[in-house]
Design a protein around this ligand. Structure first.
Ligand SMILES: C[S@@+](CC[C@H](N)C(=O)[O-])C[C@H]1O[C@@H](n2cnc3c(N)ncnc32)[C@H](O)[C@@H]1O
Length: 296
């Protein structure tokens, strides 16, 4: 949805934009192109390996790009450290990238024989391996039910509980086959691996993804100039619900419960074209929502 993002961010030369999830720099490069010759892009990512890749890809843009390792939920702090006050637009393209799934070696994918780590920030003390081996079964069940929206959470947590009494669960493929064995075959989903929801749940729990998103929206809004845009691409219903609700709240009441601070530009989320979904199957569940900062 690169074109839609560029259009809705309302990119213009001379502006300052933030890509809070710079990843490998795809969106960032497109933004930098559209704000030349003098627009600045601040690119943030929580994963230093991704940032390293982005640094290489974005090198041609020279000092128009500033890359920072950090959590987008800390944007107000990051902006203070970098001494920029207000920005013209912010993009958050949530979740993880193909780099994480295919090359990071951190057990994000049920297809890879890798240690169950799932940390975006490698300094985070909590890993998926710790959750599956150490969290009480009830808590594990809750995580899988709430963050995975998985109806078989109880059975999955029980099977994991039994397995870890025999020996610890270490790898992504081990977990994937255990989860598949916990769900009766006739209830295996048609289009996705039966462990997809459990993997999503663990990733959300390890990286506190929903808390970070809610905190980020609050922080970003205080950083936008009047007329500045916030574009958020989400990939599952839990994220989209938070974005939708936060935008609605801020349109109605404002940050401190007084005047509204946001105007929703999209009432309904923008979704990728069938051509984009065919070219990139991961885009299938993407939803873009856009809001604009109102004058204080
Ligand atoms: C879907 S990818 C972004 C891809 C990027 N738009 C591109 O064009 O290459 C999401 C990125 O957000 C990063 N990320 C996830 N949670 C984050 C957080 N709380 N703060 C900063 N970055 C985060 C991930 O490390 C990942 O690189």
């Amino acid at each position: 949805m690169r074109e839609e993002v560029l259009h809705h961010l309302d990119c213009h030369p001379g502006g300052i934009y933030v890509d809070g999830t710079v990843g490998m720099g795809g969106h960032a490069a497109a933004i930098l192109e559209s704000i030349k010759p003098d627009g600045i892009l601040v690119g943030i990512d929580w994963d230093e390996d991704s940032l390293h890749i982005a640094r290489g890809h974005l090198a041609p843009f020279g000092n128009r790009v500033i890359l920072v390792k950090g959590n987008f939920a800390d944007l107000p702090l990051i902006s203070q450290e970098l001494r920029f006050e207000k920005v013209d637009g912010v993009l958050l393209d949530l979740g993880i990238s193909s780099y994480h799934l295919e090359q990071s070696g951190r057990g994000f994918s049920f297809k890879q024989d890798e240690i169950l780590d799932m940390r975006i920030d490698k300094q985070n003390p909590l890993t998926a391996r710790h959750i599956v081996n150490r969290f009480p079964e009830r808590e594990l069940e809750k995580i899988i039910r709430e963050y995975g929206e998985e109806r078989w959470a109880r059975r999955i947590a029980k099977v994991i509980g039994r397995q870890r009494e025999r020996e610890p669960l270490n790898t992504a493929v081990q977990l994937a086959s255990l989860v598949a064995s916990a769900i009766p075959r006739k209830f295996h989903p048609a289009n996705i691996h039966p462990a997809t929801r459990t993997f999503q749940a663990l990733r959300i729990a390890v990286n506190r993804e929903l808390e970070n998103l809610a905190r980020a929206i609050q922080g970003v809004v205080s950083l936008l100039k009047p007329g500045g845009r916030l574009c958020i691409i989400s990939f599952h219903s839990l994220e989209d619900r938070i974005v939708k609700r936060k935008f609605q709240e801020m349109e109605q009441t404002g940050l401190l419960g007084e005047r509204p601070v946001l105007r929703r530009i999209t009432r309904k989320p923008i979704i990728p074209s069938p051509e984009e979904c065919a070219a990139n199957p991961r885009a299938r569940s993407a939803k873009l929502r856009v809001a604009e900062r109102l004058a204080a």
